[in-house]
Design a protein around this ligand. Structure first.
Ligand SMILES: Nc1nc2c(c(=O)[nH]1)N[C@H]1C(S)=C(S)[C@@H](COP(=O)(O)O)O[C@H]1N2
Ligand SMILES: [Mo]
Length: 338
């Protein structure tokens, strides 16, 4: 997310070096207006074009992340078009383990997730705690196949396993004063190099914090995920429990949660603290409201595992979930409340 205009465009991450694909990619970049229609590329431009193909190689599954099969009710949606598991688990944003997409898969094995404790409290009648085992057994698990759209413009389709956040909040029984829900990630610098070193952690504030309005949190599409692709979450994807709000940009989906608190005030959120002009509290996916440094009109969908492992598609309002969630924002100026 710390992308400077000059040399780190959102199209930096490609896994392809094959020349035929390179040509394909060139025509795509041309369509997008990245290179001149003449097809002539100046040396410097060519160098930076080559640069955008170089990283993003899949990493080997790290030792130390023990995944377990989960019992869940399978989704009835088609599994066609899912982003491959390997991509989902090796191309990550989790700044606690470094700022490069490949860093979390390499470093997150250092996080110990069992035992784990999630505190649920604040403005509610029934504060409680969940231990590691509770995360997988307290509420019935179901699979949810969701579009996942990062504010940086890449996107995936992920088969999550989890339970509605509403199930947990109903158990907490919010008081009438509760208007928001505040979330917090684990703070454990001994195991998280990004928390230990400001440089490794990209200079953001830790612990990572996020928040939702109570009605957003209670919405049936909002889940707490404990798994993906039939198994418990790999550490790099936010083990043992993370938030998934499919109509919002990915940074709302806070990972490795230890605290869920009902509040009466809008909670501070990490990326909003870091760059308030760029990242708002709402962060609803909206192709009409551009990021100050790039357009949000389209996205790079990471698809099959082949050479052409991505394609550019139009970004949909509320990430394709407008029918279900647009009513939450009736009458709100979405350019102001971005
Ligand atoms: N604690 C924490 N949660 C986080 C982040 C992070 O850096 N730290 N990154 C966010 C961002 S920007 C995105 S896009 C998603 C990425 O989730 P994924 O790696 O499972 O695809 O996690 C979000 N949750
Ligand atoms: Mo993101």
């Amino acid at each position: 997310m710390k992308i400077s205009k000059s040399n780190r465009s959102q199209f930096k991450d490609h896994q392809i070096t094959d020349e035929s694909v390179f040509n394909d990619r060139r025509s795509l970049l041309k369509q997008l207006g990245f290179i001149g229609a003449s097809g002539l590329i100046a040396n410097q431009a060519q160098a930076s074009l080559l640069d955008i193909f170089k990283d993003d190689k899949p990493q080997a599954k790290p030792a130390g992340t023990e995944l377990r099969p989960l019992k869940f009710k399978a989704s009835t949606l088609s599994r066609e078009g899912l982003t491959p598991e390997k991509k989902v688990t090796t191309y990550n944003n989790f700044y606690e383990f470094g700022t490069q997409k490949s860093d979390p898969a390499q470093n997150a094995y250092q996080l110990s997730i069992d035992p784990w404790q999630v505190k649920v409290g604040g403005l509610c009648n029934n504060a409680f705690e969940l231990g590691f085992e509770d995360l997988f057994t307290r509420y019935p698990l179901e699979e949810r196949i969701y579009n996942f759209r990062c504010v940086e413009t890449w996107s995936m389709v992920v088969p999550w396993i989890g339970f509605p956040l509403a199930s947990l909040l109903k158990e907490a029984d919010p008081t009438s004063k509760a208007k928001y829900v505040a979330f917090e990630t684990l703070y454990r610098p001994e195991e998280m190099i990004g928390q230990k070193s400001r440089f490794a952690g990209g200079g953001i504030q830790y612990p990572y914090v996020e928040g939702l309005r109570l009605d957003e949190a209670m919405h049936p599409l909002t889940i707490l995920a404990v798994g993906l692709y039939d198994k418990s979450l790999p550490n790099q994807n936010g083990a043992p429990i993370r938030l998934v709000v499919p109509w919002k940009y990915g940074f709302k989906c806070i990972k490795s949660i230890v605290s869920i608190k009902l509040t009466d005030k809008e909670p501070p959120t990490t990326w909003n603290i870091s760059a308030p002009q760029e990242y708002g509290f709402y962060a609803n996916v909206n192709p009409q409201v551009d990021h100050p440094r790039w357009s949000q009109a389209q996205e790079r969908r990471l698809t099959t595992g082949g050479l052409l492992a991505q394609r550019y598609i139009k970004t949909a309002m509320f990430n394709g979930y407008a029918e279900q969630v647009a009513s939450l924002y009736k009458g709100m100026d979405l350019a102001k409340y971005y």
